[in-house]
Design a protein around this ligand. Structure first.
Ligand code: 5AD
Ligand code: SF4
Length: 473
């Protein structure tokens, strides 16, 4: 049993990162552990977590488990959790309650919690006190060891916890079962060293560790051979890619080398304005296969709040960067993240956030009410804004964001744009759906033969969240 430790998770040393290529192994004995058994995995949170679930699925299938989408039929249930806000917690514990109920009629079921919540000392303590009917808890640094964790729990018939609170290594031989046949997530780095004062990620995911370019390019080349059309380069702060490598090789170099593989579409998330270099903007503007889509979280428009958040830029710096991107990549869609109700945010501070939205007219935004996370500096800041006021601000902000999203979408009306068609729409099976290279969702009345292809589509009508279009042959 290894339980998480907040103090250890906060530590950053100068120790160099190990690249391990043979850490993941499944012994012959464990290869049959899941024979004739089904697993169900529910994923919460960001793309990084989605991709971790793709690794977990492949590991389970290496042990002969098969996937089911029906939790009631599963022999193994895993919740891959997110810790970013309190409501993510509440959802997970709601699900844990359902699992308790299910285990009453299916006592053989093995159930576990993994991901970012598992990295939290306070959460694991709660599980040890109140949810001992769970069988396994493992962290973001322990995924490769899942076969042994499962085996130990089955042998002991009691809760097995393995959560390392370490800065982390880079493991290169973890298998992956991709959910999508045309679009793939590619990790380029792990962890984060920015320590924004509200954010739990540096504690749940360890220090920044970049993968070496060779492994990344190799993965993209293989995806290209396998018929993939789009890759998303993933990291908590991709613009800082390479800063921890021994060689002088940064995000702009990586973007260029990935573009040169010839894969149709490349995007990257998430960008921190601090590390967004002019050279990067230049590279994006030079390669047609780098998607003109940039997610650039601003978080707040008030310099006072940005300072309290530890963001290391000002409103002016952000707007300047935004304009530079628009100037060099005029068709770029830019989206953002905004937090309202950060401790100390006054009406005047909030109005400055609205000003940035008015100035930038984002294509879209994810907006949140500040959620205090145990162990982060902002947890201890005095927060004297009422929840009503926070809700009002969120409502007002969303109203403005939606107006600009709609306006941005209106510009597409009657235009012909390339769309990567992914499949049949969930809402109406007469329609296919796909995304433009600016990440606009398009529903298209067309034949299945287009699925998996990038086709030219004429936009015929536009809404705030999606558009309709027709294939242009
Ligand atoms: N409270 C509210 N929102 C948060 N985010 C990160 N941490 C918190 C928090 N404690 C938001 C930020 C980030 C996005 C992924 O989630 O806007 O960019
Ligand atoms: Fe992703 Fe952060 Fe949530 Fe972890 S806490 S799943 S890194 S958003």
């Amino acid at each position: 049993m290894i339980i998480p430790n907040l103090k250890e998770a906060q530590k950053r040393t100068k120790n160099s990162v190990q690249i391990k290529t043979d850490e993941y192994k499944v012994s012959e004995e464990l290869k049959e552990l899941g024979k004739n058994k089904l697993y169900f995995i529910k994923t919460y949170g960001c793309q990084m977590n989605e991709h971790d679930s793709e690794n977990i699925k492949a590991i389970l299938e290496d042990m002969s488990y098969q996937e089911t989408y029906d939790m009631d039929k599963a022999d193994l249930i895993l919740l891959n959790t997110c810790a970013i806000r309190e409501n993510a917690h509440n959802k997970v514990f709601g699900m844990v309650g359902r699992i308790k109920h299910l285990k009453e009629t299916r006592p053989h079921v093995i159930a576990g919690v993994c991901g970012c919540m598992a990295q939290e000392e306070s959460v694991v303590k709660e599980i040890m006190e109140k949810y001992r009917f769970l069988d396994i808890v493992f962290g973001t640094h322990n995924i490769h060891n899942l076969p042994n964790i499962l085996n130990t729990s089955l042998a002991k018939k009691e809760l097995e916890i393995e959560v390392l609170s370490i800065e982390g290594d880079v493991l290169e031989n973890i298998p992956v079962k991709r959910d999508n046949k045309y679009k793939a997530w590619v990790n380029i780095m792990y962890g984060c060293d920015k320590f924004c004062t509200y954010c739990i990620v540096p504690y749940t995911r360890g220090k920044q560790r970049s993968r070496t370019p060779e492994f990344i390019i190799d993965e993209v080349k293989k995806l290209l051979q396998d018929g993939y059309k789009e890759v998303t380069l993933l990291g908590q702060n991709v613009n800082a890619y390479g800063k921890d490598l021994a060689v002088d090789y940064k995000m702009e170099n990586l973007l260029e080398d990935v573009a040169k593989t010839g894969i149709d579409r490349i995007r990257f998330v998430t960008s921190h304005p601090w590390d967004f270099t002019d050279k990067m903007i230049e590279v994006i503007s030079q390669y047609n296969n780098i998607m003109p889509y940039i997610h650039l979280p601003v978080q707040s428009g008030s310099d006072k709040i940005l300072k309290l958040m530890g963001r290391r830029y000002t409103k002016e710096h952000y707007i300047k960067l935004y304009k530079k991107i628009k100037e060099l990549v005029p068709n770029a869609a830019i989206t953002t993240d905004i937090i309202v109700g950060f401790p100390g945010e006054t009406e005047a501070d909030f109005n400055e956030t609205l000003e940035v939205v008015n100035e930038c007219q984002f294509d879209g935004a994810f907006t949140f009410i500040f959620s205090p996370r145990v162990g982060t500096p902002a947890f201890k800041m005095t927060d004297n804004i009422s929840i009503e006021e926070k809700n009002n601000r969120l409502y007002k902000l969303n109203d403005l964001i939606n107006r600009y999203s709609n306006e941005a979408n209106q510009k597409y009306l009657d235009k012909i744009v390339p769309v990567l068609i992914e499949g049949v729409s969930d809402k109406n099976d007469k329609f296919l759906f796909g995304y433009t290279d600016t990440m606009k969702l398009v529903n298209i009345e067309a034949y299945n033969k287009y699925i998996g292809q990038i086709v030219n589509v004429k936009i015929t009508s536009v809404k705030t969240w999606s558009m309709n279009g027709k294939v242009v042959e």
